[in-house]
Design a binder for this molecule. Structure first.
Ligand code: PRX
Length: 705
């Protein structure tokens, strides 16, 4: 027990001496005469609690968690001084910094001659003149020293496991590459759509494309046939790689039928390669469909890697923007793989004997960079999991940590909230002592989820790296470093070395001060940055370089708002555009609206985000029908249309059949009002200028009673 006299309290800060604190927060607060805030037990090494009292009740708490001393000793970046030295190196000689790491980290077939060429900004070239192959970076260069090390550790939904060594990975990828080349006539620069479950063949497919210089475009298996079709057509894909299906919660689910529907009608696709996973019956189109399992063993396990330029495209990945049409984000070879490897090493600090698990799906950027490319580029063991984390129960991830001695665990706040809710005590039932670093990604994490993650999963000894980034950035841009950064919960902390991320005032282009909100920008091009929006140069420039100028020059704007605290820590406050973040997945409101509008009885629609206990944000739709109809069946039909057009991930949590939408006299829908109503907030702004102000009151009463 600590002596109460050691607790100092003034108007804004409670100072508690560092050490093992045995008091409950509420006890401390009571003694300091602060109203109860119902937090859980105090944790070790809290030395400062800042709190704000709102109307004597609500308060937010910020605590600082110092890096684990033992961990820091052998971390790649051991202290904030080391972090700062790296960042200073980049500030003082930007190209020198990147040139040094590109030479140190990558194996070049031919060295690059120019580090960065921004003469055609925002179309930037990195490591020009250099030649390499990304699949060789991920496989071949490890074969001398790590042939028998596990590269991919696969666990199936039903508990089946498979360890694929680097030597085996090499053979499997080479065979796959030969199959693509020789049987499907895939050539350098061709686009290949991958619509696959989480099985090792998905990784082989990616690496095989990289090996022969084909550009892969993975479509998440949860997307519908329509969504798949749009992406196939936009990319003009020649081949689709899929599977019959896979397993989820011990039951088979299907993918091939979705591909069949997507390919009905005119398509650029010549061949469909089908991998067997669940052996369920599937339709077969002779001449188009090719069975992977029947021909893979006829292929040679040697395949010369295509010599690629640094700036040859590696992949496209479609992501939502603020218009109805998803953008094909393009990443190129050298810059992307360099940053994937560097961030793996710095942010997760994976060591030779570690087993690293990222729970994402390969259909999202996290799966690209942090299941496949990053871990394999650094020669790590990466876990791939087919199932869902709550099946057969919410102890599944912790059992996997125990079984495979997992050392780094990386997941999304949504998953943490579900695991917390469904299995608060589950982590204690397993030996999870191997864990060293925990990560989160995709959305802001709320303090209660953070605390449970830290205390129950991290056993109050693991750093939590709250990694902030996006599809377009290729890899992390703002994140704690586990051995160096004093962490504040739910805070992405500082830009990584080499990344010139700044929060700018969109009007002045100046850096905002502590406590002020601004736009999260990156003021210098970086190697892993998006290279273009497939087939739409104009959209690339307008989407990312149109909003903020610093010193008169356009800078990359992420679309996110952010703020600094008094110590310069960065907190991401969320999107500033019409993009909603549902369970860490980006969903354009315009995309959902376009889907809803396809239902023939819909006259008008507006979609907004609403805070959701598990998903972070849920989708809230206001729909005006053309003709009155039975509400329940209309809502079902609307969600049915979304499922058909996008997939279940975009289903609405709330649908309000509204008499009209609040619009200005010029016809612009006032989304701000709709967002407030969805959140249950009182409308205080002036609505007298609306075309029909009475609509606000009637929608308000429909939503909030
Ligand atoms: O709004 C930010 C949020 O997710 C968006 C990027 O989504 P996507 O391209 O699908 O990539 C997700 C995985 C990187 C960002 O614009 N976001 C991502 N990470 C965080 C986050 N918001 C808060 N904190 C994070 N750590």
């Amino acid at each position: 027990m600590i002596d109460i006299s050691e607790i100092y309290f003034d108007k804004t800060i409670v100072l508690i001496p560092q050490g093992n604190i045995d008091l409950r927060f509420d006890t401390i607060l009571k003694r300091c005469n602060i109203p109860d805030m119902g937090l859980c037990n105090a944790v070790n090494d809290i030395f400062e609690i800042n709190y704000i009292i709102k109307e004597g009740k609500k308060m937010s708490v910020k605590e600082i968690f110092q890096p684990n001393v033992e961990f820091s000793k052998s971390a790649r970046i051991k202290s904030m001084a080391e972090y700062q030295a790296l960042q200073d190196e980049a500030i003082n000689d930007y190209e020198g910094f990147w040139s040094r790491f590109a030479k140190e980290k990558l194996d070049w077939i031919e060295p690059f001659t120019n580090t960065m060429d921004e003469s055609n900004f925002p179309f930037v070239k990195w490591f020009d003149g250099g030649k390499l192959n990304v699949s060789s970076q991920c496989i071949d260069r490890h074969l001398d020293s790590k042939a028998n090390k596990t590269a991919i550790l696969f666990e199936g939904d039903r508990g089946d496991t498979l360890k694929i060594t680097y030597a085996e990975l090499s053979k499997n990828v080479n065979k796959f590459a030969n199959l693509l080349k020789n049987e499907l006539n895939v050539k350098k620069g061709d686009r290949v759509v991958i619509y696959m479950p989480m099985i090792p063949e998905a990784a082989y497919a990616m690496l095989a494309c990289a090996r022969i210089g084909a550009i892969h475009s993975i479509v998440f298996g949860g997307f519908s046939a329509e969504a798949l079709k749009d992406r196939i057509q936009d990319a003009e894909a020649k081949v689709v790689i899929t599977a019959d299906g896979a397993y989820r919660k011990d039951k088979p689910y299907m993918l091939k039928p979705v591909v069949d529907t997507a390919l009905s009608g005119k398509t650029p696709v010549e061949k469909v390669l089908v991998v067997k996973r669940n052996n369920e019956e599937i339709a077969w189109l002779d001449g188009r469909d090719i069975s992977y399992n029947d021909i893979i063993d006829n292929q040679s396990d040697e395949c010369e890697a295509e010599i690629m330029d640094s700036e040859d495209p590696l992949f496209l990945l479609y992501t939502s923007g603020s218009t109805g049409k998803p953008k094909g984000v393009q990443h190129n070879s050298a810059g992307y793989i360099l940053w994937a490897q560097m961030t793996m090493e710095w942010v997760f600090d994976v060591k030779e004997d570690d087993v690293y698990w990222c729970t994402a799906d390969v259909g999202w950027i996290t799966g690209h960079t942090y299941i496949v490319y990053g871990p394999l580029a650094m020669g790590a063991t990466t876990v791939m999991f087919e199932g869902v984390p709550t099946y057969p129960d919410a102890g599944r991830p912790w059992k996997m940590v125990q079984d495979h001695k997992i050392t780094q665990f990386y997941t999304a706040p949504t998953a943490i909230r579900v695991l917390h809710k469904m299995g608060e005590d589950e982590p204690s039932k397993y030996d999870i002592s191997t864990l060293k670093v925990l990560g989160t990604v995709g959305e802001p994490i709320d303090p209660p989820a953070w605390k449970w993650y830290y205390e129950s999963v991290g056993q109050s000894k693991c750093a939590i790296v709250d990694t902030y980034w996006q599809t377009e950035t290729g890899g992390h841009i703002v994140s704690p470093l586990p051995g160096a950064t004093p962490i504040k919960p739910a805070c992405a902390t500082f830009p990584l070395p080499g990344i010139m991320a700044e929060i700018l005032d969109p009007k002045t282009g100046k850096k905002v001060g502590a406590g002020e909100s601004g736009y999260m920008c990156i003021t210098k091009p970086w190697p892993a940055m998006i290279r273009g929006v497939w087939g739409d140069e104009d959209r690339f420039v307008k989407s990312y370089f149109g909003d903020v100028k610093k010193d008169g020059k356009a800078v990359y704007f992420t679309g996110d708002g952010a703020k600094y605290d008094e110590d310069g820590y960065i907190t991401i406050t969320g999107r500033t555009d019409d993009v909603i973040n549902v369970s860490g997945h980006r969903m354009g409101t315009a995309e959902v609206e376009a889907a809803i509008k396809k239902y023939n009885n819909v006259a008008e629609v507006a979609v907004v985000g609403k805070p959701h206990e598990i998903k972070g944000e849920g989708i809230f739709a206001y729909v005006v029908l053309k003709e009155e109809a039975e509400a329940e069946s209309e809502m079902k039909a609307i969600n049915g249309m979304i499922k058909q057009e996008i997939g279940s991930i975009a289903l609405c949590d709330d649908i309000i059949l509204a008499p009209g939408l609040p619009k200005t006299r010029s016809g612009k829908i006032m989304r701000r009002i709709l967002r407030s109503i969805a959140k249950g907030e009182k409308i205080t702004q002036d609505i007298s200028t609306l075309e029909d102000p009475s609509i606000v009151a009637s929608i308000e009463s429909m939503v909030n009673g």
